[in-house]
Ligand binder design. Structure first.
Ligand code: ATP
Length: 425
């Protein structure tokens, strides 16, 4: 955000007027199809049910559903998804499969729509008139504040508003650690542009966003776009793509990039009765801007970075686990380690710590053998370890050990900050 002068930051409310979620389409459309097992009461998302069925069973169930099906010539997963999506076929298909939890056959209920928004009540009375929602995405807080930000920041279209914050979704099944949780962190940016320039900005942001992941060290071959086919686009979108990462459990979305047209601002104008027209000083036109959205999960992306940077390797006959985080992502930038807790070393180490702490996230560790302390920092992904040793007390230099190469060099104490900030950049 601070790298660009055309993007402003925002921290909007988590609880907003319920009409916001009617305008956005969430009250009506933010649903997943779910089914329950009548026997064991387990609940599943219909559209991801295939993931719970083994390859062998996929074939078995399809044959049972239709003995004439040639399972060698089709993608079993696609065929099952097609059957589950088809209202006329899904009931029959569900009757031939076993519940993934209890193994009983034909125990599923009919699919039902389940709204993913968490509800709560405004004020002391639990009355349906007082229902409000925890935000299921940070985007709507940006849309409803578009004119506030435009007017107070003196930004002119094209410009963006970005927000990092919690989002809440009552997911039917949470899974895969941080990949799908009910409370998660989003980082979204909405770029407001003049109608007609939207396709150009959509393409530009697509490239910028995948480059962002690569620039922070994510393995390029584990990143790809998944463009949404026209017939599967969400109701608000003209174009949409997902940036996907290859997780150990398969490819999964980490960010969505959408051309949302003027859908959002038009709907908020309609539902609030407040004009969302933007006056363009230069062309003297009034229009509702189009919006290009980049919508990433901060927690889900963090998990991708975590997996991507984890390595195990053998060093001197011992296993070393190391997180090769890009320095910008490393939660601790440098560790200060006095070799021993005597001979003036702790005093020098504490002084170095105090000098560096205003500028860098530092960790002070004086517990255990130096080799073990290095390993602990490797596991935490700390790019540099600074060791105060006997030589320090003689020539005011310290050992700086680099995490990935494990190389050690000597640096003058008064040069340390320059040295580290240069490397961390
Ligand atoms: P999915 O298809 O995986 O449910 P989505 O298409 O609903 O995701 P968006 O609404 O586009 O996701 O949300 C933007 C981003 O927020 C996603 O790319 C993902 O990184 C993150 N995200 C969405 N749902 C969750 C969740 N339940 N837990 C963690 N992160 C999530």
């Amino acid at each position: 955000m601070t790298y660009r002068d055309d993007v402003e930051g925002l921290d909007a409310s988590i609880l907003m007027h319920p009409r916001v979620w009617e305008a956005s389409g969430h009250v009506e459309n933010f649903t997943d199809p779910m089914i329950d097992c009548k026997q064991c009461k387990a609940r599943f998302r219909l559209d991801t049910l295939t993931e719970t069925i083994s390859e062998k069973n996929k074939e078995k169930f399809l044959k049972e559903f239709d003995p004439a099906i040639n399972t060698k010539e089709i993608s079993l997963e696609d065929k099952i998804n097609e059957l589950l999506e088809d209202q006329n076929q899904s009931e029959k298909f569900l009757s031939v499969i076993n519940c993934p939890q209890c193994g009983n056959k034909g125990t599923f209920t009919q699919p039902r729509k389940f709204n993913l928004m968490f509800k709560t009540f405004l004020g002391p009375v639990d009355d349906s008139a007082n229902v409000i929602y925890l935000r299921p995405e940070t985007a709507q807080g940006i849309f409803v504040n578009f004119l506030n930000v435009a007017n107070s920041s003196r930004q002119k279209v094209p410009f963006g508003i970005a927000q990092i914050g919690k989002a809440f979704r009552n997911e039917i099944n949470t899974k895969n650690f941080l990949f799908r949780t009910r409370e998660f962190e989003q980082m979204e940016m909405q770029y407001f542009c003049k109608p007609g320039t939207d396709t150009e900005f959509y393409e530009e942001w697509k490239e910028r966003r995948i480059e962002w992941f690569k620039s922070l060290g994510m393995t390029p071959s584990k990143l790809r776009f998944h463009d949404h086919p026209k017939e599967k686009l969400a109701h608000y979108a003209k174009n949409a793509t997902d940036i996907e990462y290859e997780f150990p459990f398969g490819w999964g979305e980490i960010e969505g990039i959408h051309n949302r047209t003027d859908f959002d601002l038009s709907r908020h104008q309609q539902f609030s009765g407040k004009s969302q027209l933007y006056f363009d000083d230069e062309s003297k036109e009034k229009y509702i801007p189009f919006i290009i959205e980049t919508s990433a999960g901060a927690s889900r992306s963090f998990m991708a970075f975590l997996i991507d940077s984890y390595y195990e390797e053998e060093v001197n006959g011992e296993l070393r686990s190391v997180l090769r985080f890009h320095p910008k992502l490393a939660p601790i930038k440098a560790a200060i380690l006095p070799l021993v807790n005597k001979d003036g070393m702790p005093e020098i180490a504490r002084k170095i710590e105090a000098d560096l702490r205003p500028f860098l996230r530092i960790f002070y560790d004086d517990k255990g053998a130096i080799g073990r302390r290095y390993r602990r920092m490797d596991e935490a992904g700390t790019p540099f370890c600074i060791t105060v040793d006997t030589q320090t007390t003689q020539d005011e230099t310290v050992t700086v050990r680099e995490r990935d190469s494990m190389e050690q060099i000597r640096v003058k104490i008064d040069q340390l900050l320059n040295y580290l900030t240069g490397k961390l950049r």
